[in-house]
Design a protein around this ligand. Sequence first.
Ligand code: SAH
Ligand code: SF4
Length: 361
Amino acid sequence: MTDLLARAEQDPASLTRTDLVRLLSVADGAPFAALEAAARRVREAHTGKAVYLRGLIEMGNRCAKDCRYCGLRRSNRALHRYTIPEADCLRMARWARDHGYGSIVLQSGELESEENTARIERILRALRAEDGEQLGITLSLGEQTPEVYRRWREAGADRYLLRIETSDPRLYAALHPADHSFTRRLDCLRALRTLGYQVGTGVMIGLPGQTLEQLADDLLFFRREEIDMIGMGPWLPHRAAPLGQGTELTPTFCARQLGLGLRMIAAARLLLPTCNIAAATALQALQDDGRERGLRAGANVVMPNITDRLYRADYQLYENKPCIGEDPLKCRGCLEARIRLAGCTVAWHTPGTPKHYQEAQ
Ligand code: SAH
Ligand code: SF4
C-alpha cells in the first residue's frame, strides 16, 4: 500500500482499475489514515487548504422523472410539491452573495418545459445584471436539450452538475424505469462540455449490488470524460422509493456507507488532483461530522443549504437529511468552525473555478 500511495502521488496517470480497487478496499485504521493523508497532500499541492462554498438553493421539488432511489420521484404522490417564486430565489441568491459565498447552486427536480426554461433564464439574467459575473452560478436541473443548455449558458450560468449516478449502463438500467436513458444522460454531459460549462458529475456510492470494480470504473469515467467537478455521495434509502426497501440506517450500514464514501473521495483526489471535489451533504446524514470527514479525505468544496427553512422538509432526496430545521445564518457560523476543525480555511468571496477547467482553457 505504501508503494501504491507513493506512485499515486507522483504519477496519478499510472493508476489502473486494479490500483483503484485496492485503494477503495483499504482497511480501517492505519491503512485508511495513510490513504487520507496522501489525498490531503495532493489537495494541498494543487488546490491548497481553501474550501469553496456553494450556497445550495432547492428551487422546487416537482419532477417528471421516477428514479427508483429518490424521494422526489413522480410516483411519490404523498409529497407536497412546491416551486419557489422567482423573487424568493433571487432573494436567497443575493443573500448568499452578500454573505461572502463565492457561488450558488440552483437545483430542482427535472422539468422540461418552455415555462421552466424561461423562468430559469429570467432568474439568471436578473442575477447577472446585478453582479457583473462575480458569482459562480451552477445549475443542477437534470437532463435538457442542448438548446436549453445553450440558452441558460447565454443567460449567465457557468457550471452544471449532472450526476451520471453510475457509469455502468446495466446498473443504471436497474436504478431507473425503462423510459430513462443512460445514453441521453451521457450525451447531456458531453453537450454541456461543448457549450463551455464547467462540468460536474458524480455517482451514488454503496448502491445495493454495486461492486468496488464498478466504483473504480466510475472514477475512470470521470477522467475519460474530462470532468471538472465531482459531487458524489453515499446512497441512502427513502421509504417512498423502491430501491433498497427495508434498508435501515443501522450503525453498521452507516459506517459502511461513510467509509466507502470517504475512500471514493480520497481515491478521486489521487486520480484527479486538479478537480473540485465536494464533500456531499449525504455524508453528514450518516454521521454528524461527515462533511468534515470528507474534507479530511481530500474534498475541497462544501454546499451549505441556503434554502428558506419553510421548503426544506419537502426536499428530501433521501431520509435523515441533516439541517432541515437550521437557518442559513446559523449554518454559516457553524460551518466555518467545522471547516477549520478539518484543517482547512473558508475561501469567502471566491467563485473557486476548478484548476482542471482553468488548465483546459
Ligand atoms: N433532478 C436533478 C437534481 C436533483 S437530484 C438530477 O437528478 O440531476 C440530485 C442528486 O441527488 C441525484 O443526482 C442523485 O445522485 C442524488 N440522490 C437522489 N436520491 C438519492 C438517495 N436516495 N441517496 C443519495 N443520493 C440521492
Ligand atoms: Fe427527479 Fe433528480 Fe430525484 Fe431523479 S434524482 S427523481 S430526476 S429529483
